[in-house]
Design a protein around this ligand. Structure first.
Ligand code: NI
Length: 183
């Protein structure tokens, strides 16, 4: 496994429309393992293949979940979270609720910048996993938000593209300033 370089704005590759995967191969599974390692290292909760420069419709997400056997009424500070890796290949949204949910989003390609984005609160989606098996499920909460954010990457769209130009320019300016200070 390897930690890959994550590309950042304004890299033009982030605007590329990624291609569907025709057959899930061992090469894809190696890429997926590297994407997880890269995401955990960053750290982040989702990563699209294009963010490591590969224009294929592949995403990894891990929102973590309470360890098995955690009581429903456990004190939040006592809950131990474990990894819960999810792979989405060729994901498609087949239904979206009219009801929206707002989430303060961030992105490993727009480091340390956050903004509220509205998206459908619930979606129904289809996808393949790393074995090539097909899935069809209704998703809500953070997973629905995160999947929509990551699917945007496959179409060359960043969360900042959902903001007004004024807000987007402000965030990009802030990012520039932060990079200059770090240099
Ligand atoms: Ni992102």
């Amino acid at each position: 496994m390897a930690i890959l370089d994550i590309i950042e704005v304004p890299d033009a590759r982030l605007k590329v429309i990624s291609k569907p995967v025709e057959t899930v191969t061992d090469a894809h599974r190696t890429l997926i393992a590297d994407m997880f390692e890269t995401m955990y290292d960053a750290p982040g909760i989702g990563l699209a293949a294009i963010q490591v420069g590969v224009p294929e419709r592949i995403l990894v997400i891990d929102l973590q979940r309470p360890a098995d056997g955690t009581p429903e009424d456990a004190d939040p500070k006592d809950v131990k979270y474990v990894r819960d890796p999810l792979v989405f290949i060729n994901p498609e949204v087949t239904w979206a609720s009219e009801e929206l949910a707002v989430y303060n989003e961030g992105c490993l390609s727009v480091p340390e910048m956050y903004a509220d984005v509205n998206r459908p609160a619930r979606i129904r989606a289809t996808w393949l996993d790393e074995t090539g098996a097909a899935h069809d499920a209704e998703l809500d909460g953070l997973l629905a938000t995160c999947l929509q954010h990551e699917m945007d990457h496959l179409n060359g769209v960043l969360f900042i593209d959902h903001l007004s130009k004024l807000k987007r320019d402000m965030l990009l300016k802030k990012l520039d300033k932060q990079r200059r200070q770090a240099a």
